[in-house]
Design a protein around this ligand. Sequence first.
Ligand SMILES: Cc1cc2nc3c(=O)[nH]c(=O)nc-3n(C[C@H](O)[C@H](O)[C@H](O)COP(=O)(O)OP(=O)(O)OC[C@H]3O[C@@H](n4cnc5c(N)ncnc54)[C@H](O)[C@@H]3O)c2cc1C
Length: 482
Amino acid sequence: MVPYVAPPTTRRPGLPSVGAMNSSTSTIRSYDAFAGPGDPGYDEAAISFNLAAPLRPLGATTARTVADVQNAVLAADSAGARVVPVSTGHSTGMLGPVADRVHVLRTVLDQPVRVNPDRGIVQIPAGARWDDVVRAAAEHGYAVPHGSSPTVGAIGYLLGGGMSFYGRKVGVAANSVVSITLVQADGGIVTVDETNDPDLFWALRGGGGGFGVVLLVELRMIPMHRVLTGMIAWDATDAAPVARAWATWAATAPRAVTTSLRLLNAPDAPETPEPFRGRQILAIDGSIMLDDDAPENAGDIRRALAEPLSSLVTPLVDTWHVGPVTDAVRTHADPEEPIPYTSDAFALAGIDDDTIDRWYAAAGPGSGSGLIAAELRQLGGAFAETPPGAGAFSGIDAELLAFNVGLAVSLEGTAQARLDLLRIRATLRPYTTNRTAPTFVEEPSTPRRTFADDVEARVDEIRKRVDPDGLFALDVRRSSGM
Ligand SMILES: Cc1cc2nc3c(=O)[nH]c(=O)nc-3n(C[C@H](O)[C@H](O)[C@H](O)COP(=O)(O)OP(=O)(O)OC[C@H]3O[C@@H](n4cnc5c(N)ncnc54)[C@H](O)[C@@H]3O)c2cc1C
């Protein structure tokens, strides 16, 4: 193992010092940085949320301090290994076959989420999950642009762009990132922002990875105490008119509204709550941002959504309510424990009756779909805009994001799920755009056209500059296909 020599550090005033981030280890150690298969610590680091895509890397380690990260990077570099940094394993399925050739560096820094209410900024250490960030921000009267799962890691989500239920108002979450601190291939630590290496700052935000190991992200928060959130659901058998009505409403909804329309196949199992058990459900959930200065608007907005829909067909449940912003992170009821699955994602140009009818025919009652979820997530608004100073993936010019997921338990079940995914993609093909949202692509075979070729070329140049020997080359997610 190489003895460690601390490289130069550039640091922006206001950030915690490396010493502060490194409080649990005051001196940098030299040690066997990665565990091999069967060694203690290997399984904890080589994690995959998708049980159908287990990881079996050459080596794996969990870094809890900045020094751990630096040691692992330098050890891998001196051994000619390829490093893939991860946090929670929610998208390690994207590695596909290269997973066998990499060294996984899991980052779970022993640092709290810190809120600076005066600056409206939250500092997120690598390994923090959205649940932690949402709670910390809420204590100070702020919301953050989290996704639909409380257990997704904030760092991987933000580096991929991040599509939140506040996105039609605030845009892709990466656009709210203020600075990023990372360990680079030479073991050095740098903080990049709009003035310090703005090119790398740009590339890190949605460029597809391969730049280093992120230690800390500073994120701009949203001043908001309360949110209108929840789920309303119908038996899908007679809910086709509701889907159309949602589409009409969603097409002109204010930007404060970001919702999702889903067809869910609820298992016929004792743990499935009534009245969902064994049924196909049509559900609408999401968030409607409330103005702290005019909370009475909540009732009007809720009535505008729920009453026209409920009058068409009586819902099975309706949990939409005004609550603390912490409620919004669980409103989509995403699985919080790993499951085996296969998925597909693509964007759709418009919200019109034909799109909705095709979707219902391909995934709804009588389609034969066994998918656990066929989803249309509302885009448009600020999702489609590129604000000044945005990152490499700054937005997506589409009205809907289709995200479909099936269980991958047996060979037969997986094959059936893949057929369902293909049928929905084929049925909606006339309306697909040539772009997708990077964070929703979870398998290497799924087309992942994120941005134009000239953007990819610029990202590649920056990668070559910061990682000339390709230490992180197998962490790169290219913009391709479609
Ligand atoms: C149930 C579920 C719900 C989801 N909901 C949403 C949603 O609503 N909106 C949305 O946009 N996305 C959503 N996602 C996708 C999610 O944002 C991505 O899977 C994201 O990449 C997860 O990041 P992670 O750090 O948790 O995962 P990991 O698998 O640990 O990391 C994924 C990638 O992020 C990068 N990365 C992670 N940590 C570091 C680090 N410290 N340094 C450098 N690179 C790092 C690496 O490239 C790594 O390969 C969801 C995923 C799941 C499984």
